[in-house]
Design a protein around this ligand. Structure first.
Ligand code: PEP
Ligand code: MG
Length: 591
């Protein structure tokens, strides 16, 4: 405990669920700078040869990391290293460096450094956020090759030798995270990155709690300081005071208990004290998570994000690869619904292979279902792959970022085309397949009744609904304090959408982060949402919560919260009316 030392609280993005408490180990990745060295004419061939040799070594190392990752985590996770391996043969990198060596007589290190700088400069000019991950790959590769050429040690010094380590860095890279030992490195905190960063995906697979986008954690934290990382809220506390440390400790202990219960009795029903069943499904980012979610008793999958198939890829994912991924998730839940969300591209995720012009406001631009119209081949391939997977379970299709019924009609038309093609080719498919709309914008929430006429189910994406209702960028750490899922305007829209869905006889679920937080989950149920889909690791906690609440009490609490004038008052009203429920579930204060 570190009373008396100034504590620092930083708010970032949740990158990998769980709470970690340990000691800071700053990971300084200084990508070396190559000094300006020229070589005599007759040494140019030797420099070109040195560059070739450094690339060859880098390839061997990356392939080794990829192999290890495949063995430890799976083939999808291992593919995260493909862009770096491909970059080693990129003509711009290879020819560019050779040219600088032969024409400008630069040393191999300097020539490569210049070439990478040029590439970085060009990529940085595009405003596509997905390029950021490529920039991160580029820096990782640059550090690896330059260290070889300059005879320096690996820029990523190993961490975790003493156990209980929280690695703190400016930015992390996939090759660093993939090799961590979770029994020693218990948490990660980075200035940069988001939930979709490659390193964050690997942290989730390794079950290492992580917070990203913290701004300046790497300069604020010092080696050996005590640090808490809350990977669910994205909050980091350096040198917590006694009461804070105690609160986190109790929450961590409670989470461990729920997890144990969840694994020991995963089939315990998700039913309230007044015997109302609540369907509890899992949110998945990768196919490999399906088996883990099933072990924790998920009633199916309420959100299977499919962007892993395009993030960081330089080519479009093929139908066969997609079919295998969708099939594996469907087979993990033979008699449960699996909602596969079609690609939600745009906003902070745009694949480089689409080569679309940059937009000034990507979050208000071509996103989700809007991209479908402009990229029918990409979506047709995805719909074909999903349709083929329908024979392996109860597969349903969920459409993101819908504003109007006409968009659902377009998707259904494309789906008919995909089905016709498949039938003509002799594939077996199950029809009709259910198609649902996500409610993620005020337009969708306020006009749910219209959308419902063209949807078989509805799912409220609270992350985006909050973002678009409050006009607060969900990726901006500077605005994190304004991102309030309990804002009255958000509550009213959720209530309206739930009511409209119920009137239309459709199942209304919620799949944003709000459902993963105890108060948020209770509020959603109280506002009329019938089923929840939560990050798979939070299943035991939320099931426990459902089993400790009475739906009539939760509804009354939500009705009172709907009258509150501000987000804070909403939270106060809920905490007061649900205090008994939280106590029953032994939820620490501040849940
Ligand atoms: C949401 O917006 O709440 C949601 C679940 O989708 P995503 O977080 O993938 O945008
Ligand atoms: Mg969304």
């Amino acid at each position: 405990m570190s009373d008396g030392v100034a504590r620092v609280i930083l708010e970032g993005f949740p990158a990998s669920e769980g709470i970690a408490r340990g000691r800071v180990r700053r990971v300084v990745r200084d990508v070396p700078v190559a000094p300006h060295v020229t070589v005599p004419d007759d040494e140019r061939t030797r420099e070109i040869e040195r560059f070739r040799h450094a690339r060859r070594r880098a390839r061997c190392e990356l392939e080794e990391i990829k192999r290890e990752t495949e063995n430890r985590l799976g083939s999808i996770e291992a593919r995260i290293f493909d862009p770096q391996i491909l970059m080693l043969d990129d003509p711009e990198v290879v020819e560019g460096t050779r040219r600088y060596i032969s024409e400008s007589r630069l040393s191999a290190a300097r020539a490569f450094d210049w070439c990478m700088l040029e590439l970085k400069e060009r990529w940085s000019r595009t405003s596509h956020p997905m390029v950021l991950d490529r920039l991160n790959d580029l820096e990782d590769l640059k550090g690896r090759i330059l260290s070889r050429l300059l005879g320096l040690p690996d820029p990523w010094s190993p961490v975790g030798d003493s156990g209980g380590t929280v690695a703190v860095a400016r930015d992390l890279t996939p090759s660093f995270v993939a090799r961590l030992d979770p029994s020693r490195v218990v948490g990660l905190a980075a200035d940069g990155g988001t939930r979709t960063s490659h390193w964050a995906i690997l942290a989730r697979s390794l079950e290492i709690p992580a917070a990203a986008g913290l701004g300046d954690v790497s300069t604020r934290a010092r080696d050996g300081q005590e640090i808490i990382v809350d990977g669910l809220s994205g909050r980091v506390v350096i040198e917590p005071d006694a009461s804070e440390a105690d609160r986190f400790e109790r929450r961590r202990a409670a989470m461990r208990g729920w997890r144990r219960e969840g694994t020991e009795s995963p089939r315990e029903e998700s039913v309230t004290l007044d015997r109302q069943g609540v369907t509890l499904r899992a949110n998945l980012d990768l196919p490999g998570e399906a088996a883990r979610a099933r072990r924790l008793g998920a009633d199916g999958v309420g959100l299977f994000r499919t962007e892993f198939l395009v993030v960081g890829r330089s080519t479009m994912p093929g139908e066969e690869e997609q079919y295998r991924a969708y099939r594996s998730v469907a087979e993990a839940f033979p008699s449960r619904a699996v909602f596969i969300r079609t690609f939600d591209l745009g906003g902070d995720k745009f694949p480089v292979f689409l080569r679309t012009p940059p937009e000034d406001n990507p979050f208000l631009g071509r996103r989700g279902v809007r991209v479908c119209r402009d990229e029918p081949e990409l979506f047709l391939t995805q719909l074909r792959a999903i349709l083929r997977a329908t024979v392996h379970g109860d597969v349903r299709i969920m459409v993101p970022f819908v504003n109007a019924a006409s968009e659902m009609v377009s998707v259904r038309n494309l789906l008919d085309r995909a089905a016709e093609q498949l039938r003509a080719e002799g594939f077996e498919i199950k029809r009709p397949v259910k198609v649902g709309a996500m409610i993620e914008t005020p337009a969708a929430a306020l006009a749910t009744r219209n959308l419902a006429t063209h949807a078989d189910f509805l799912s409220i994406g609270t992350n985006d609904l909050v973002q678009y209702t409050l006009a607060v960028d969900r990726t901006s750490t500077g605005l994190a304090h304004l991102f309030d899922p309990f804002h009255p305007a958000v509550l009213r829209q959720i209530a309206m959408a739930a009511r409209a869905g119920e009137t239309a006889g459709l199942e209304v679920s919620a799949c944003g982060e709000m459902a993963t937080r105890p108060l948020g989950a209770l509020l959603l149920l109280g506002l009329g949402v019938q089923s929840l889909s939560v990050a798979w690791r939070s299943l035991p906690e939320i099931r426990r919560l459902v089993r400790c609440c009475r739906l009539d009490e939760v509804r009354a609490a939500a009705a009172a919260a709907l009258e509150a004038p501000t987000g804070n008052r909403v939270k106060q009203a809920l905490s007061a009316s649900l205090a008994v429920t939280l106590e029953r579930g032994r939820y620490p204060a501040g849940s």
